[in-house]
Design a protein around this ligand. Structure first.
Ligand code: FDA
Length: 393
């Protein structure tokens, strides 16, 4: 039996960060990762350049059954703290838009940085190490039985992530472990994920993949502006990924295809100024040609504007600014960037991430019921929650 102070299960963003912070405090840390290498999601994130934080990250950018839970950790480890670490390692970065910070070169820089910090802090990283069981020693720590031996530890940090992208090593391990110890888990579902259509809505919109416009998507009283992309099965793009975290089965999605414009007003004035202009021409000037063609083929009659009454123009305008879409589902965990839900925050201390019921047991990162928007917020939660636990274990 190998004895240590802290075992971290999961070598992603949150696991590496909590191991590093605990190691820096002189704790003897073992990090267990079942995949061949650590930090796989970091490597694939941000199109290979890792959108590692967001300058404006704050509690309002997160979904959780308890929106207050994330406040303490986010306030104590801010984007500026992570940026300082990145700068200490001389990693060049830039702001793409809306406070999103990306590496200039590669996501590999972030993994290298975390590994180098872990090495300096004396963290023992074991990859390709499957966990067979975890037992509590009833107030005296835990025993973790793995493919590479048994470990006895005072503190156990679960950083095994969510269910998104099973191909990358995602498992439900953290949720199962929480339940094993009697902790409640908020139902999980895919977030930041493309939405799918079926039946008539799919027929209405299929055959347009690759078309992208600036749009606004609304569901459940929340709206996001950004790119909207047609896919083979429905919609994707930043505005859709963002709204997917708020959309629930049965909700109608509304798309504003012309967010810069009051389309009804614009149509009425176009009719006054150019009565012979056809609706298709008006659409062509404002939307991609193939989309304008589809709108006229399937939804509107392509007539000179002079032949359309006020009520008809208003109806067309209203539809373009708030197009109701019956969504059938999402692409699921296969392509989702994150998992909503997770270990119930009522079970955890917001300042340390420690379980209230099981002293010594901590949950950090995506496995917890805190999920960020698209744009670097999820990594910021991983860093901040991991720092909170790493400083406490
Ligand atoms: P994460 O999933 O990163 O790590 C969990 C680790 O635990 C994995 O290494 C896994 O193999 C391991 N593990 C699982 N079960 C185990 C077991 N039983 N035993 C041992 N190990 C186990 N966010 C952001 O802020 N900016 C971005 O640019 C992106 N981009 C992005 C792209 C794509 C394609 C995806 C899928 C996701 C993103 N994200 C993102 C989200 C971000 O990647 C995510 O929120 C964090 O990686 C979560 O970090 P965690 O460490 O909690 O889990």
């Amino acid at each position: 039996m190998f004895s240590c102070d802290v075992v971290v299960i999961g070598g992603g963003a949150a696991g590496l960060m909590s191991a590093m912070v605990a190691g820096q405090r002189g704790r003897r840390v073992v990090l267990i990762e079942h995949a061949k290498r650590v930090g796989k999601k970091i490597l694939m994130s941000g199109g290979g350049r890792c959108n590692f934080t967001n300058l404006y990250a704050g509690p309002d950018n997160y979904l959780s059954s308890n929106p207050h839970f994330c406040k303490s950790a986010l306030a104590r480890y801010t984007p500026a703290d992570f940026i300082a670490l990145v700068e200490r390692h001389r990693i060049a970065y830039h702001e793409k838009e809306l406070g999103q910070l990306f590496c200039d070169e590669s996501s590999k820089d972030i993994v290298r940085m975390l590994l180098s910090e872990c090495e300096t802090a004396g963290v023992n990283i074991l990859t390709e190490c499957a966990v067979r069981s975890v037992e509590s020693l009833e107030g005296d720590g835990f025993v973790i039985d793995t493919a590479r031996g048994r470990f006895q530890t005072e503190s156990l940090v679960i950083a095994s992530g969510g269910l998104s992208i099973p191909k990358m090593g995602a498992t439900g391990f953290g949720y199962a472990l929480a339940r094993q110890f009697g902790l409640s888990v908020v139902d999980t579902r895919a977030g930041l994920v493309p939405l799918t259509l079926s039946g008539t809505p799919l027929e209405d919109w299929e055959g347009l993949p690759g078309i992208a416009i600036d749009a606004a998507a609304t569901a459940n009283g929340t709206d996001f502006r950004g790119g909207l992309l047609w896919t083979h099965r429905g919609f994707s793009g930043p505005s859709i990924l963002q709204i997917s975290s708020y959309w629930k089965s049965g909700d109608t999605l509304h798309l504003n295809l012309l967010p810069e414009l009051d389309a009804a007003d614009d149509l009425l004035s176009a009719r006054r100024d150019q009565p012979r202009l056809r609706l298709r021409q008006w659409l062509d000037a404002r939307l991609p040609g193939r989309l304008a063609q589809r709108l006229c083929a399937r939804f509107f009659e392509d007539r000179p504007l002079a032949q359309l009454r006020d009520a008809a123009l208003r109806e067309i305008g209203q539809q373009l600014n708030a197009w109701p879409i019956v969504v059938s589902g999402t692409e699921g965990y296969r392509t989702a960037e994150v998992t909503l839900g997770g270990v119930d925050t009522r079970e955890l201390s917001s300042s340390t991430m420690e379980s209230r019921r099981v002293p010594g047991l901590y949950f950090v990162g995506e496995v917890v019921d805190v999920t960020g928007w698209l744009g670097g917020y999820n990594f910021q939660w991983a860093w901040a929650s991991a720092q909170a636990a790493g400083a406490a274990v």
